[in-house]
Design a protein around this ligand. Structure first.
Ligand SMILES: [Zn+2]
Length: 151
């Protein structure tokens, strides 16, 4: 397991994610998510005000090691309802940064993870808390319904 570059102190709520540029793992304290955090290795911006892209390689560690609630949009590029919902997912990421980690999983590219979670229809939204699935809902939803899933 690679080193985690830790901006947290002790058990503060945090997000653990790979740098989109160099791939090294970073841990960002919830309180610093909107301060323009940067990768501890290559200094690339870690933008948590937009949904982060998960893959088969990164999904498990992000979900296991992030202590904030995580909302994952399981989608595909060809899916009309997914495209319809995308702006609401973006808006949730922008307005909930530091409280919720908003992520997207391309079910075509990450088929292992999609099949492990038995995703049959897309979009499907799953909320994870402390590494476990807490809620699941299929079908395009407006922003208010996404927020409701996080209550
Ligand atoms: Zn980096």
């Amino acid at each position: 397991m690679s080193t985690v570059h830790d901006t947290t102190r002790g058990a503060a709520a945090h997000v653990t994610l790979p740098c989109p540029v160099c791939g090294r793992w970073n841990r960002v304290a919830a309180g610093r998510v909107t301060d323009g955090p940067k990768c501890g290795v290559c200094a690339a911006p870690l933008d948590l005000t937009h949904p982060i892209a998960l893959t088969d390689d990164t999904f498990d560690r992000v979900v296991r090691e992030t202590t904030l609630p995580i909302l994952v949009d399981f989608y595909a590029d060809w899916c009309g309802p997914c495209r319809m919902m995308a702006p609401a997912v973006d808006e949730l990421a922008r307005t909930s940064a530091g409280e919720v980690l908003v992520a997207k999983l391309d079910t075509e590219a990450a088929q292992k993870t999609a099949s492990r979670f038995q995703i049959r229809g897309i979009p499907t939204v799953i909320v994870f808390r402390h590494g476990r699935e807490a809620r699941r809902q299929s079908g395009a939803m407006p922003l208010a319904a996404l927020r409701e899933m996080l209550r």
